[in-house]
Design a protein around this ligand. Sequence first.
Ligand SMILES: *Cc1c(COP(=O)(O)O)cnc(C)c1O
Length: 476
Amino acid sequence: MIHDQADYARENGAVHEPLLSEKGEETVDVGDASPLPDELTREDLTLPNPSEPEIARHYTRLSQMNWAIDAGPYPLGSCTMKYNPKFTEDVAADPNAAVHPDRTDRSVQGNLELMYRLQGFLADIGGMDAVTLQPPAGAAGELTGILIAKAYHDHHGNDRSEVIVPASAHGTNFATAATAGYDVVELPSGDDGRVDLDALRAAVGDDTAALMLTNPNTVGLFERGIAEIADVVHDAGGLLYYDGANLNALLGRGRPSDMGFDVMYYNVHKTFATPHGGGGPGAGPVGVTGELAAFLPTPRVRETDDGSGYERFEPAKSIGKVHGFQGNWLVLVKAYAYIARLGDEGLADAVAKAVLNANYLAERIDLDVPHGPFHHEFAATAGDRDAAAVAKRMLDFGVHPPTTKWPEMVPEAMLTEPTEIEGKSSLDDLAAAFNAAYGDSDEALDDAPNRTAAARIDQVGAVRNPRLSWRALDDG
Ligand SMILES: *Cc1c(COP(=O)(O)O)cnc(C)c1O
């Protein structure tokens, strides 16, 4: 399979890189110095034998076969691919940053202080009273938030079986509610792309445990009726859960707690410029109002009674652990460094630029963009063209395309989030690529992309039948 791609890439002048083993191998005698049992060892080993420059070129070329935010804009709506500043990597790479998680509180006071401060930063940002840093990803933070809501209802003897999720919500919201054991009630969107209050009133009741809401929602629209939405849910005895994936639109300017949210998660890889983990390691801290604080996972960090330092503790009615130890510590170090460096003004400024960039780009493209004005992202429609084909063609113009065909409330959606990191010329390039691809011939769209290492990948096959080792290539 890789050889087909190689031929394809060679014909089209795209980057191609063979496996190191295809470039030449050498058999080395490994001797018998190993303390391992004989049946687990071998006498000799066949290894690639590249020189240092060959290795450097190999990995540089491999990195060019994929798209990277270091190489160009990456406007994936809802996924928020921001540039990850190198200084946060430097901080996390400090040998003193990594300590064994089993060490005693007294011997890791600096680490505990950082966690304590980060809990405080996040609590301030969300207007929440208490924060856990433990969940290892956004979706894990979601599940933690809903498990906390469940523990709260159980504690108060409320038997509630339903969680309401708007149709426009991210798939993880539905999965979270179902995984936590709830029946999922899907809420249709109103004509303006927002929550339909009448539909919400009809959906809530004695069985409502929570409403899960993303605000601004997944097409970048602020829920103008949020105060009323909160009242409807609270009057029915339910809790309001905030999906923090879109906090990029609010940071330092609006707080979920002021809108009536009781529990929220923060997506550090979307909002606080830590790398996307490909499913992990990431972090999805959870913040709650005071009445839910006792249910947070253990351990959290607090100041000692005598004020001399910091200690880990277990909240009184904790739901337990949702990950080992404190969560993915070095990811938290990066989030802390980013927030500390930007400060209040820097964060609020990043939000202003993210919103400005999205609205500027929406104006510059030829595609129709329903609804608006937007916050940090917008869903353009490719109309009678195939959004996925337009996206593939954009790759030929040197930019990564947006998220396609989601959310479904916008037909042939191209959900676009330029983020605050792009300057005007980069946004203009993006708009030019959008317009060139959208206006191109059917044949050009069918053929695209032509300038990438691989063209139309079998996406379903890649998910259902992954071959994760080069050895699997030999099996056909
Ligand atoms: C990305 C996203 C999530 C899930 O976050 P992960 O860290 O990828 O698990 C949840 N909700 C929304 C709206 C998102 O965009």
